[in-house]
Design a protein around this ligand. Sequence first.
Ligand code: NAI
Length: 427
Amino acid sequence: MTDYPSITAQLDDPDAAREEGRRKMDWARQHMPILNALREDFEADQPFADQRIGMAMHVEAKTANLVELLADGGAEVAITGCNPLSTHDDVSAALDAHENITSYAKRGVDDDEYYAAIEAVIDIEPTITVDDGMDMVAAIHEDYPELIDSIIGGAEETTTGVHRLRAMDDDGALDYPVFAVNDTPMKRLFDNVHGTGESSLASIAMTTNLSWAGKNVVVAGYGDCGRGVAKKASGQNADVIVTEVEPRRALEAHMEGYDVMPMSEAAEIGDVFLTVTGNRDVVTAEHFEQMKDGVLLANAGHFDIEVDLDALSDMAVDQYEARDGVEAYEMDDGRRLNVLAEGRLVNLAAPIALGHPVEVMDQSFGIQAVCVRELVDNPDAYDAGVHDVPDDLDKEVAEIKLEAEGVDFDSLTDTQEEYMGSWQHGT
Ligand code: NAI
């Protein structure tokens, strides 16, 4: 047992925080038709009665609506953050006030507190885990393997978490089933592309009060997130340069009309650098050497290791806060390189960051919710390992959303269905 305190015990005025957090949650909830539709079913059916759900996610208003949905569906939930800077303490406090929820998430924790909060969540002995980045699954496997037998399964939100899980699975080290929520179309094609694109650019603009128009924006990584960032930056009249290591992705970016070049060339051209690779050491000392005065360096990949801040710090003769959320590193030749949000996910960790738009997260969390329901409904259907989200669940969420948007669409006729399922029809 840990004695790590919940957020309520850590705040000076938890009542005021709760009220503000609830206001934020209510606003988000108005724009989350998928979670609201599921809520009607879950409140009536109580599918999660007897389940204990341990979560490590970005604790802000949209996530809070997922957490509350699971709790209102009967689960006992414990949650903490999945990044030291992305928690909204007021939302965390509002969650902690729910009788079925304990929230340990707090913004600005150090490494020890971050992992102590994860241990506190594990103390509820979860039967289901919901992660963003896989820190919870890792902690359970490394430090509490005795709990694994009673865990039905889990769900993972982000690309980096799914990468880590697949690596663990390949090593035969993943001992319970986990749904790769990230990879399913209803998540990836909207959250990663539109969500990361819109919210990263919005956070950078609001944090710096600078324009995109006419800037050279270097996007490192042309995956789902990179595509979104590049498209939206281009839509705001920036000149986009893409760096890649995967030939097909590099070609795709080239055919979209972006300049593609190595980071060593982009370094001297860029005004803004935004990394979305999920990899490490993407912008390093050799690049800092070449950059222009005043550049912005931001990361939207999961971990804060894409921009080599240690090297930057070593190279700097001075370092100071240029604005809230902007740290300037001054080089000996007078150039200032400006790092946003300490190199952590800029759309979530910048002081005024709001994360993805609500509508996008309604989709991602709709998938999370139906995955948790699936684990409870079919606890023996999935072996240990990483699993794709079943297609019918993905479609279910899409259909709820289309109905809420008032969008009607066609369905196959019997003849078409027969034709599409047949190999005998030729010329
Ligand atoms: P992805 O795997 O689709 O794309 C990553 C791309 O980066 C790949 O095309 C890969 O070839 C490229 N890459 C890898 N190393 C590189 C290097 N050294 N230089 C240039 N390119 C390189 O992944 P996705 O879905 O785009 O996610 C990227 C990261 O963003 C992950 O860490 C993910 O967890 C995170 N993410 C962040 C979100 C946010 O809200 N900020 C939302 C969703 C994902």
